[in-house]
Design a binder for this molecule. Structure first.
Ligand code: PLP
Length: 390
């Protein structure tokens, strides 16, 4: 972090609580209500005229959701944030707030597959074109940018975990007058704060590390007041993918332990990745932490990575023999997970299903949870022993 300021506002996680309205509860209450009534005609008309801001209807403003949004805005170093019902609601609303028919988006390769499908279906029908470039190749990004409205980033990328110099890419977007946004779900604000690197908008699937307990599907977008106002004006209310009060409350609960969880995910995943790299049966490990150094602005690594087996390993037996690593999509919770690439590649017809997202048929993706490094490694060793016998 170049500023020398506290790179991570831990205090805003620890101190977020009700500030006096509700008996100083240490946890903000869940406002499980769709609407808020007015004391009289005058109060109602004052709110309608915009002279006073207070909740009217939960799709617009809900105090529990607002508490989560405030926390997230601070954690990302932004001025404002908006909670959504899913990461995809956050992505679609953010993107649709900045493009119109005839516009072009430049996106990095290997973005989250459903973001890719959004671009290839709804956006394509709206005559919005998407050019994909390798985010590690800054010259290629610079060549693609002239005339583009939006630079869509994800770093590290899905599955293959390619890490980019986010600050450099944001500067390129700025130079070409394009709005930049990034899916920051993998690193979380604990390890990467893209707004401080010059990116305009940060998006999260809060279903992953922000929630952290595999009990919420949610999303969030953070940025400057001006950028968030643009999302808030149309896509947020009219597409209507609003975060619910209960889910916001779960997210606030999850955020309290984000630093502890991220450090534990990092330590276990990095150790397991290093051990895998030393194995004869492993061809390549795709984990940004194995490079000599991380790109500027990425201050640590999380629990999700992939690796490619050499031929001769029975991946089905490996997956079935694991006990702690469960077969399952998503990630970011307490639990360890495995997804075999060969299974994903057989996913039946989706839009643009010819796309392989860089997934190698002999690769597997692991999410390293909080069970403890040695227990997880033993699980892998036992499964490998079973999978290598023929
Ligand atoms: C899961 C995920 C999303 C989508 O989030 P949902 O909450 O499932 O809608 C977006 N980006 C990345 C990188 C993800 O892993």
């Amino acid at each position: 972090m170049s500023s020398g300021a506290d790179p991570f506002d831990l205090a805003s996680i620890i101190t977020a609580h009700d500030d006096g309205n509700f008996a100083d509860a240490v946890v903000p209450p869940i406002f499980q209500t769709s609407l808020f009534t007015f004391s009289d005609y005058d109060e109602m008309i004052t709110v309608y005229r915009g002279e006073k801001v207070r909740p009217t209807y939960t799709r617009g403003l809900n105090p529990t959701v607002r508490a989560f949004e405030d926390m997230l805005a601070k954690l990302e170093g932004g001025e404002d944030a908006l909670g959504f019902a899913s990461g995809m609601a956050a992505i679609s609303s953010a993107v649709l707030s900045f493009v119109e028919p005839g516009d072009r988006i430049v996106a990095v390769k290997h973005v989250y597959p459903d973001a890719f499908r959004l671009f290839g279906t709804i956006l394509k029908r709206m005559k919005i074109e998407v050019t994909y470039v390798d985010g590690r190749d800054e010259e290629a990004v610079a060549r693609a940018l002239p005339g583009a409205k939006l630079l869509y980033l994800e770093s590290p990328t899905s599955w293959v975990m390619e890490a980019h110099d986010v600050g450099a890419l944001a500067a390129l977007a700025k130079r070409h007058g394009a709005v930049s946004m990034i899916d920051n779900s993998w690193a979380s604000p604990f390890f990467q704060r893209p707004l401080t690197l010059g990116v305009d908008l940060v998006i999260h699937s809060a279903s992953k590390y922000l929630g952290g307990h595999s009990d919420v599907v949610a999303g969030v977008v953070a940025g400057s007041k001006e950028m968030i106002a643009r999302v808030k004006a149309e896509a947020y209310p009219y597409l209507g993918g609003k975060l619910s009060p209960f889910d916001a409350w779960l997210l606030i609960r999850g955020l309290r332990t984000l630093p502890l969880r991220m450090k534990a995910h990092e330590a276990s995943a990095l150790e397991i990745a290093r051990r895998l790299q030393r194995l004869e049966v492993v061809e390549t490990v795709c984990h940004p932490g194995l490079a000599n150094r991380l790109p500027a602005g990425l201050n640590g690594t999380s629990g999700l990575f992939s690796f490619i087996f050499r031929e001769g390993v029975d991946i089905r037996r490996f997956a079935d023999h694991l006990k702690l690593f469960k077969l399952g999509v998503s990630w970011g919770g307490h639990e360890s997970l495995i997804v075999p690439g060969e299974v994903v590649l057989q996913q039946k017809a989706q839009p643009n299903s010819a796309q392989t997202f860089g997934i190698h048929a002999r690769s597997v993706r692991l999410h390293v949870g909080l069970e403890g490094t040695e227990a997880l490694w033993r699980d892998i060793e036992e499964a490998l022993a079973a999978a290598s016998q023929s």
